[in-house]
Design a protein around this ligand. Sequence first.
Ligand code: HAM
Length: 414
Amino acid sequence: MKIQSLRGMPDLFPEDLDKWHIFESKLSKIFHSFGTREIRTPLLESTELFSRSVGNSSDIVNKELYSFLDRNEESISLRPEGSASVIRAIIQKKQEQEKHKLWYQGPMFRYERPQKGRFRQFHQVGVEYLGFEEGISEYELISMVLQINRIIGISNYIIKINHLGDKIAKESFSKSLVSFLQPHTNELHEKDQARLKSNPLRVLDSKEKSTQELLEHGPKFQDFISEESKNFLQNLVDTYSDHCDIQIDQSLVRGLDYYTGIVFEAVSHELGAQDAFLGGGRYDNLSKQLGGKEMFSIGFAIGVERIIELLSIKDVKKSLKVGFIVAGEQNNKKTYKIADDLRSSNNSIILDTFLSEGSLKSQLRKANKNNCTHAIIVGDNELKNNQIIWKYLSRDGEQELLSLKEVIEKYTNL
Ligand code: HAM
């Protein structure tokens, strides 16, 4: 039987990754302009890190963690997201009292039911601002999101935003929601009944029409958060409403337990059911929850597969390609040295070596097929006189006999 990749864990081939590279290089320039620096944390962490952060009642920890015992019988897990690891790393380095502007990227793992836009191994690019209390950092991160979308060319999206209040407001709203929903338990869909038990706020996220209708008569987040928080949310929305479609969504609670304060998501209907391509928010309690000192924290993560789906880069800029053809008896030492000199002189060109080991004619045919614009032909006779053939493939085979020095000069300036 052939071995297949695991479900929901797709391979990414060179033709898929062209767009990824463009996205990554644009993004790293944006991060640079915000003074945000990269952090890399391990893919594997102690399971406890995620149960104490993302939360035992969240779907991510409850049903979706890839956990197993290592050889030492310790429970470890593949990371389902990046924020918990970043906070763990900062606590471990005893840097909670400093300010950090960090970004990260890499694969995340969630045992979800695979479908379009939803994978078991997927990639995130995330940003975490640590040490900045509610205020300017919310503005800065929303403007970073807008900047990213503008620079990579996404215009058809909505930012949904909400304020979850502080921990106390969140808890008292949750209690009130439970007392409102409990008498209606039997009317709720099985899934929502389970959420009501494990993580009541998630009922707000329900896709069930009847649940949403019931919730219309239920308690509202807005009534539990302070005037100050309400004004802050409204000011944020007012500031950016000229620049993008930004809407307050009171049912936005997000699937991870650690949030308090502002939460947001960017969604695009072009993505179908899995329409969120970015999500984030404030999570000031996480550092203490993980045994560290108090640390203001806010961030977001982009789902790379989803944002790539939205990119309309059709013509990926192709690099110039030159065929390197060895004709006749191969004098390896010399020819390798020539190829090496060429690459050192201009590494933005693809020097397509080993076109085939066939005749000169068949190698030239291959060079044409591979879209080479020029060919450099190293032949035995010419090499004896330290000469090389420079051939213009686009100009009806026109060619020149040049010294190595001249070839390198031409190659450098191509
Ligand atoms: P999240 O909303 O769970 O937040 O994930 C962020 C984004 O990752 C989602 O909006 C989505 O685009 C993508 N994503 C999530 N699950 C999958 C999946 N199974 N397949 C494909 N894409 C997926 C977090 O992970 C938080 N750590 C974000 C954050 C950073 N909050 C504060 N700082």
